[in-house]
Ligand binder design. Sequence first.
Ligand code: BGC
Length: 486
Amino acid sequence: MLSLVIILLIVTIVIICRWYLSYVHSSLYWCWDNGNEEKRIFIDTDNISFPENFLWGTAAASYQCEGPGDKVPVASNWSQWEPAGIKHGQRCGMAVDHYHRYKEDTQLMRTLGCNAYRFSLAWDKIEPIEGQYDKDILAHYHDELKELHRQSIIPMITFHHFVHPLWFEQRSAFLNSSNIETFVRFVIDMFREFEDECHMWCTINEPEVYVSGGYFNGVFPPGHKSQANEASLVLQHLLQAHVEIYDNIKKIARQPEQHSIGIVKDIFQFDPWNPLNPLDIYASRILDHGMNGCILDFFRTGSLKWTMPGSIHRTYVNLRAPYTNDFIGLNYYSHFLIRFNLFKQPPFEILHRQDDSGSSLMTDMPYALYPEGLYRACVRLKNELPRIPIYITENGIADRYDDRRHLFLRRYLYALSRAINEAHCDIRGYFYWSLIDNFEWAEGYHMKFGLYHVDLQTQERTLRDGAKYFQYVIQKHREKYEKKNL
Ligand code: BGC
């Protein structure tokens, strides 16, 4: 009798576990057209639509694409970090000389059909010596903005995209709370300078990536490793700076209601490798909270709680925070699967799916193709920060052979459309990363994210075949509304 009960119990547990696994699986992974699961519906990726005034753009950061311009290269945290911190000892150098070629590049945006462009101001070039702004560089950005307007491209400016002047780095950058006001002062001055030419502003690009690269993994300057205390402080100071920037701009703007200001948050989900293993679940939750949850909580509640089990618990409260985003910029690339492993330091591994489904296809970066994650990230923002519009401020694929870009765009744009139409997320635009191949930080020039391939010797740009789907979607979108409005 007892053995019968035990057998029944085991069978029940197995059934429940299998049911749970298939439930988790189907909520994490969609059945794409190469799927093999009978019960789920195959996806028609042509079935997409976007709101009429949707912004279609590309995104870039000054350091990654501009090159030094007309002057000798100025010193920044990144120029100092090279080449030792870059794969194969590469240097950013001329990059793709966007500084001189912005007119031609704006024309490339038009060729794609884009109507928006996100780029960052090079603080290192603008203020190479503390307190002295370089008038030529400011004039250059005025010219670039003028050209964007001339070609009907709406600009979105980022104030901090990983790079700042060396003098700021030498004073410990955002690790030192007294430097916050220096950055805020720079931002206010830039806002005053450009407020007539730009109405969309991103304060800080991916604070948690800047923090983890610089103070955890050591792959970004200043290259510190596993410094939980520093990392949590830097994160706090960046968020503090964001709030101050928002409040200051709204105070000084001539027409505050005309200006939209937001932070750019990257959401890389951390999912458990084995959804039945409590240790995998625990490790993935800790990581997700440290990289995503704590920042979203801060903007929902005003309270930042950053925890590293067994070492740091940092709390910072700023009740203004929930009112300081007119939009959220969402950067989305992929997700990670986390497996707890006591023999590793830190005690987990990052893995990727290994099966024959589309979601286990890898990009050249160690990221899986995971459009479902873009949908999940949009829904998460909608739930956790309700009523704040979203722009997809970055999404793109490193694809040297251009053999996955078409599929990437097809599926991610489908996921985006589904987030808008099925989950009713208020998404106002999509910026592909990036217009042209560029300097991919610690990875150097090996990662080819561009819709346009560039020959670094001749600087010639060529549209990639895989990118044509982007052009096609934008064109269809325009035609649809043109017909409707006839
Ligand atoms: C950054 C970009 C970077 C891209 C691709 C984002 O985290 O904002 O600067 O090039 O990812 O790795």
